[in-house]
Design a protein around this ligand. Structure first.
Ligand code: PLP
Length: 365
């Protein structure tokens, strides 16, 4: 099978990890500091605060911004459940604005329709590796005096109008196993705001500004130097990693575009996409349905995935949850039945890419 993702580490990563192990400095040491500097450089921000995972990054960002019970956060219904879980963890209410049918990103006009006196923040989701409509969402946030949080878990290195993901608001990243850059588990928050960065650092370290000087209620949100050591060589190669993914996506575009009934991913004007996922849409007028297309590809040795099968709030556990507003999102509900992600990862070999392209070229829908 051509796998949807592959976790594979080069020799310099093993080497760096070994050096940290031998140094004995394995928590909140120099490797974490270096990791943070490198992520901040990619996001184009003054600060980066590394944390234990991407969900924790979202939760910590909202806590440090003072978002909690009584506040509403407007986000996308077409996202991983961590986006919603983070909002619920801080005790806020999640509202959902519908997505665009072509790029599957949050629509600024739909967000605006939900703004009310309780709205505190927009949580934009940079789905599959491209930024949401940060121009329009940023303007809206300014006009309505709202905070902007970026769920940039899938979008390290993506840009909009030359500006990197993570530089538009509180940038929250994930370094989970299958992300473009991985530390196994890991996360980070990026910002230009000195006082927000300071709050996050204090929050991350049990609320301590210095040893046993507690400034606030905190927790242990720290990343280890072992995780950072795994990430550092990948961060140094981020342009190559994302470049390979873009090249794989271009090869897929050339063939997907020739199959009637399949729609290749839409890249928004001004966006540089980093293709965490390459997700096609099986158009409703096609004679085959999405799951049928997935089966056909499986028979041809291609692994596929569905991100995401339903709007994120459309699950039993959220149905009567007081923090979840089941807003009307017909586009997200329809798109969830049509999307299919194909392998695009940077570890695909030339042979695997050939097999993938050949399998798609021979398809009839
Ligand atoms: C959109 C989105 N948000 C949040 C997360 C949470 O990140 P993590 O798995 O590192 O907690 C992920 C990744 O898993 C994600 O894809």
């Amino acid at each position: 099978m051509v796998p949807l993702s592959r976790v594979q580490f080069e020799h310099d990563i093993e080497q760096g990890l070994l050096e940290v192990l031998r140094s004995g400095h394995i928590a909140q040491g120099p490797a974490v500091a270096r990791f943070e500097d490198m992520v901040a450089a990619i996001a184009g921000t003054r600060h980066c605060i590394a944390v234990s995972n991407g969900t924790v990054a979202l939760i910590a960002a909202m806590q440090a911004l003072g978002i909690g019970p009584g506040d509403e956060v407007i986000t996308s219904p077409f996202t991983f459940v961590a986006t919603l879980n983070a909002i619920l963890t801080v005790g806020a209410t999640a509202r959902f604005a519908d997505i665009d049918a072509d790029d599957f990103l949050l629509r600024a006009d739909a967000v605006e329709a939900l703004v009310n006196q309780r709205t505190r923040a927009i949580m934009a989701v940079h789905l599959y590796g491209q930024t949401a409509d940060m121009g329009a969402l940023g303007d809206l946030a300014k006009r309505q005096n709202l905070l902007v949080i970026e769920d940039a878990a899938q979008a390290l290195g993506a840009t909009h109008a030359g500006r990197p993901a993570g530089s538009f608001g509180a940038g929250c990243f994930s370094f989970y196993a299958t992300k473009n850059v991985t530390t196994g588990e890991g996360g980070a928050i990026t910002t230009d705001d000195d006082s927000f960065a300071d709050s996050l650092r204090v929050l991350r370290n049990q609320g301590m500004r210095s040893r046993y000087d507690y400034a606030t209620v905190g927790s242990n949100l720290r990343m280890t130097d072992l995780q950072a050591a795994i990430g550092i060589p990948q961060l140094a190669r981020i342009d190559e990693i994302n470049g390979r993914r873009r090249a794989n996506a271009a090869a897929l575009d050339a063939v997907v575009g020739g199959v009637a009934g399949l729609q290749p991913p839409t890249v928004r004007p001004g966006n540089e996409h980093v293709f965490h996922q390459y997700t096609v849409r099986v158009l409703p007028q096609s004679s085959r349905q999405r799951d049928d297309v997935a089966r056909q590809l499986h028979e041809r040795g291609i692994e596929t995935g569905v991100y995401y099968p339903r709007p994120v709030f459309d699950y039993h556990c959220f149905r009567d949850h007081p923090g979840v507003a089941a807003d009307h999102c017909p586009v997200a509900a329809a798109i969830a039945t049509q999307v299919l992600s194909l392998p695009v990862h940077h570890h695909l070999s030339a042979t695997e890419l050939d097999r993938l392209v050949g399998a798609i070229a021979g398809m009839t829908l």
